[in-house]
Design a protein around this ligand. Sequence first.
Ligand code: ZN
Length: 470
Amino acid sequence: MPDSRALEELAEGVLAGKIPRVARAITWAESADSRFPRLLARLFPFTGRARVTGLTGSPGAGKSTLTAALARKARAAGRRVGIVAVDPSSPFSGGAILGDRIRMQDLYTDPGVLIRSMATRGHLGGLARASADAVDVLDAAGYEEILVETVGVGQDEVEVFRLAESCVVVLTPGMGDDIQAIKAGLMEVADLFVVNKADRDGSDRVVQEILQMLELGEHGAWLPPVVKTVATTGAGLDELIVKLAEHRAFLDGPEGAQRKRERTKKRIEGLVREEILRRLETLKGDRGALEESAARVEGRQEDPISAARALASRIDRGSAGAAPCSPSKKSPKSPGLVSRISHLGIAVKSLAEGSAFWDLLGLHEEHREEVSSQKVLTSFRPVGESFLELLESTSPDGLIAKAIEKRGPGIHHLCLEVGDVRATLAKLKAAGVRLVNEEPFVGAHDCLVAFVHPASTGGILVELSEKAAS
Ligand code: ZN
């Protein structure tokens, strides 16, 4: 089970605070690696200790200088600092002018500081997810102070920002558009306002404008304070740190609990939305269900509302559908019991070729995974409560390659889901059934599986699968 061991090693490395492992885990988060959800499940119990502060504002507001100043203060207090930069103009993202980065050299070389920039493109709305996941990795790795720098434009960035515990909006005098930008979306999210570069003319006017806006708006139990700073000299920084601590104390109180709950709900909501969008994408494509629907609608065989409802129910079924080896909701988890047909394994010469017919039927791929121990690439396609598993050999000496050589492509095995593979194997063995595997191993989806020889089953290779107790 090389996959599971690699995962466990990575998790342990992260928890031990090993920087290369932390960086790799964040890369998994950023690239939406299929292994990341399992990693997060392993790490999540160790999160919740870090203080997470979001800083946003227009480019040029001095967020990076402020972020760096806060990082140095935390370091001086002996705390480890993680910086997540989602702002392409930030020196932490490699943007800005070289001079900025040189001024922050001390942070780059400090082993107690980990700086990570997140690509702002190519996330398909998943930027907030990736950033929140990166924060969790840092939290689990023992970074006590986490600063998330975003640029205050675009819905994606606002979503990232609002996931922080304490959200700081940074403004400067003489940037008239800023106030408008706040009105547009940041207002209800901001926990603190910073008027940076406060040594410039007009800083009091900006403070006044913010206060007026706060008077008009809804702010609940926490009234966002307005702090004047000059990040380059450190003026006002101590006050900002005090206000951040007060906000943290507020969050730990009864009224803050509601605020925290709202944030957690937002995060889950975002994940659900992303999952639904992902499933919507699977309906698209050349021979996708959306294409078929469009043809039916244009041919006046179906009206658009009915077509949309049918597609939506497919998305729904997909999201409610169990993974190939997750215990079925309908059946009680009883050790020896077969709960459902998990999947039908079909050997194909190549997935590219072997998929066409099933795609035509609308049985599109939901999950693809290489199971290296079996030298096979699997493609899972939901069919109601069960799946089709198309199998392509990754090596000429693999089992699937041999099966195709002998019998040609076609049905390869039937997989039954059981409550306890080991117990089932023991029972079968005691009855004299011929087993291919006496011990279960980890297959696709991290399911614990074992095969039963066709000689004992009436000619069918039978796979038994059980959800891994991870
Ligand atoms: Zn299988």
